[in-house]
Every structure is written in structure tokens, then in C-alpha cells.
Design a protein around this ligand. Structure first.
Ligand SMILES: [Zn+2]
Ligand SMILES: [Zn+2]
Length: 234
């Protein structure tokens, strides 16, 4: 049913491709304010401009690129012309990001800069912020994760698994109730670009399924125990 929302193979590819980009770039959107903050820290005032402008067919991609398909490679990108060194071929705001667990003792949980002075989390000693604004912004999601950080780390949760949890905790439960309505009514919703991602479930090993299922249960129980669901969680 959800696959019908993706109107063409190109759109399906684009959803997968965009998700890969936000893993790779690890720049953040929390939503928009967090992304702007990271841009400022990295020296950019705006997202880097795409070489020769944005492709109409593939948003977030330079118009100097095209998509091709082949039987053995599937869908892939090619350059339409000879590209100069330094040409920016892809640039977009990622949906979510997380700080690696092993950097939490010396980097800001929210903007990821190395800590020179520390603004502690008010309720744990496992994470810290670089400033009061970062602390205020970070507590939006960390309030749900705070008392479970040791459990999350001790469980062997990967950074990608932590990222999937952050995609939930960074937004209020009402946001996901709106998502449910959007799916029912075939409306637009920002989370659909995550919800509609390709799962590759046909090619996964049984061991992988077991791990992902256990991790999903653990994350759900953590989020439920944190009080995130409020009155909706009972
Ligand atoms: Zn910060
Ligand atoms: Zn905390």
C-alpha cells in the first residue's frame, strides 16, 4: 500500500539514495534549527551549493548527474560530463543524526563540537553539551533517552540502531499521530521519506532479522518506559 505512494522506480531509488546520504554525511537536522547550527559550526552559512544546480529528476543531486540502471548493478549514478575537482554532487538536510557513544564524554551531544567547557545533562553524567542553547535543544530528545543510556550502550546497540531511535525521540508523539493520519488519507508527511525506505527484507539473513527484531523491542520498551507516549502509551 505504501509502495504505491512512490510513483516511479526513480522515486523509490531516490528515497533509498537520500537515506544513504544522511548516514554518510552525519550532518544533522533536528529539525532545521539543529542543521543550521551545524552549518554555522562547520563554517557554512547555507547548505553547500550543488555543481550546476539541482537536478529536477533527483532532488538534492547536481544536474550534472543522471541515473542509470543495469541488470547486474541495479540503479546507479553517472556523471553527464567531465567533473571538476571539488564539484559538489549531492547536498541536502539529513533527517536525523546521533553522536557516537564513544564520543559522548568529550563532544557536545547536540552539535558534536569538541567540549571546551561543559554544560551537563541535569539528570545524568553520561552526556554533556557545549552551551545552554545546545542543552535546551538536546534535552528535547535526550529527556527520553537519558536514564537508559547505559542500557543502550550495554546492549550493544549500533549507532544505526541508535539513529533509528533518535528518529522517534526527536519529535513529539503528536507528530507520529499526524503520520498515521497522513498514511490513512494519502497525505504528505515529512516522516514518510523514512517510512517508505526500502527494507531489503528479502535479502537479509535470519540472524539479522532476529537482531533487528530484538533491538526494535528493546527500543520500544525504552521509549515506553521513558514516558514518551504519555497518555497514548497506556
Ligand atoms: Zn553544542
Ligand atoms: Zn542525561
Amino acid at each position: 500500500m505504501l509502495a504505491q505512494r512512490l510513483r516511479s522506480p526513480d522515486e523509490v531509488f531516490h528515497q533509498i539514495w537520500k537515506s544513504t546520504v544522511f548516514y554518510v554525511t552525519s550532518v544533522a537536522q533536528q529539525p532545521t534549527n539543529h542543521y543550521r547550527q551545524l552549518l554555522r559550526i562547520s563554517g557554512f552559512t547555507d547548505p553547500p551549493e550543488l555543481y550546476e544546480g539541482e537536478s529536477r529528476a533527483i532532488p538534492g543531486t547536481s544536474s550534472a548527474m543522471s541515473m542509470r540502471r543495469s541488470k547486474d548493478k541495479g540503479r546507479y549514478m553517472v556523471a553527464n560530463e567531465r567533473l571538476p575537482v571539488g564539484a559538489i554532487l549531492t547536498s541536502e538536510e539529513p533527517y536525523a543524526s546521533v553522536l557516537n557513544f564513544d564520543k559522548q564524554n568529550n563532544h557536545c551531544l547536540h552539535c558534536y563540537t569538541r567540549l571546551k567547557r561543559v554544560v551537563p545533562c541535569p539528570t545524568c553524567s553520561g552526556v554533556a553539551y557545549c552551551s545552554a542553547p545546545c542543552a535546551n535543544a538536546g534535552q528535547v530528545y535526550h529527556q527520553w533517552e537519558c536514564q537508559f543510556m547505559e542500557l543502550m550502550i550495554g546492549s550493544g546497540m549500533s549507532v544505526n540502531a541508535a539513529l533509528s531511535m533518535r528518529m522517534i525521540t526527536q519529535s513529539p508523539v503528536e507528530y507520529f499521530l499526524q503520520l498515521v493520519d497522513a498514511i490513512r488519507n494519502n497525505d504528505e508527511h515529512p516522516h514518510l521519506k523514512i517510512y517508505n525506505l526500502e527494507t531489503h527484507s528479502q535479502t537479509r539473513e535470519p540472524k539479522d532479522f532476529v537482531y533487528r527484531t530484538l533491538m526494535a523491542i528493546l527500543q520500544l520498551e525504552i521509549i515506553r518506559a521513558s514516558g514518551y507516549f504519555g497518555a497514548c502509551g497506556s
